[in-house]
Design a binder for this molecule. Structure first.
Ligand code: ADP
Length: 261
């Protein structure tokens, strides 16, 4: 049985097809979320990769910021539940998820069965989210995908004192003008995001095993700084950005199983 999960985020659309809730047979990601062609493209690509047509799918589930705009999904559910399902599928035994996306950051605690127990979300302020990193990447004319390697080369971490993204942007511009090295600046920027998210995580409580989900999980500068702040190892899967879509496809599979049995 094939089920599809689509995660329509604020900045990217991710799609996954699962066979029998066990194996990924197709996955695709397009930059662009709600109101763009990316959700449709990611579904079409995923189907093509799996060698399937829409009528081969037993059920579909949509999650993410734009889930209510995706007509035709059999189920719609929150990113929180989907990230919990997806993270538990990849890392059985995970108890804390730190999900940093394009516009928000969530810390989710799971019970032993892998179900969401509690969460804390920051969707009010760009600091501590992918948006902060994306703004700095534009200022530095350096893609965020290089931030991890650059931060690892830092000799000293240039501290960013402003928490506000707009003021921090001016601070980075003046540090650049003063000749601060790019790796040192990038390390300071990653530290700033990690400090914000670590405070959020500590408010909720951090139980190991900890993992990261969302696109910022690929930024090892932020991950390493978070590990230091929390004093805990953080697991990251190559599927980190897809975990919401994986969770949605799993949910669709679970629901379908109930109707079959
Ligand atoms: P959303 O679901 O809100 O659209 P995502 O979980 O897809 O967000 O994450 C998007 C963020 O991930 C971007 O803002 C960007 O900063 C970060 N990101 C994406 N790919 C990479 C990468 N290869 N390396 C570092 N950061 C990345």
């Amino acid at each position: 049985m094939y089920t599809i999960g689509i995660d329509i985020g604020s900045t990217t659309s991710k799609c996954v097809i699962l066979r029998d809730g066990r194996e990924i047979v197709g996955q695709a990601l397009y930059v662009g979320g709600i109101g763009t062609q990316s959700p449709g493209r990611s579904v079409a690509d995923t189907l093509a990769q799996a060698g399937l047509r829409e009528e081969d799918l037993a059920a579909s589930a949509a999650t993410g910021y734009g889930r209510n705009r995706w007509e035709g999904a059999d189920f719609q559910l929150s990113e929180l539940s989907c990230h919990a399902l997806g993270a538990h599928w990849v890392f059985p035994g995970v108890r804390t998820i730190i999900d940093i996306g394009g516009q928000d950051a969530k810390v989710i605690s799971l019970n032993e069965a892998g179900r969401m127990q509690n969460f804390l979300m920051n969707d009010k302020c760009a600091a501590g989210t992918g948006r902060f990193l994306d703004v700095m990447a534009t200022v530095l004319q350096t893609p965020v995908s290089r931030f991890g390697d650059l931060a690892a080369q830092a000799k000293t971490h240039a501290p960013i004192s402003s928490t506000c993204t707009v003021f921090a942007e001016s601070e980075v511009i003046s540090q650049l003008a003063n000749g601060v090295e790019l790796p040192d600046l990038v390390a300071g920027i990653c530290d700033s995001v990690a400090a914000r998210v670590a405070a959020q995580a500590k408010r909720l409580g951090v139980t190991p095993r900890v993992c990261m989900s969302g696109g910022v999980a690929y930024n090892s500068g932020v991950r390493t700084a978070l590990e230091k702040e929390l004093g805990a190892e953080i697991a990251v899967s190559p599927l980190a950005q897809y975990l919401g879509a994986v969770g949605a496809a799993l949910y669709a599979w679970e629901q379908k199983q109930k109707t079959v049995s």
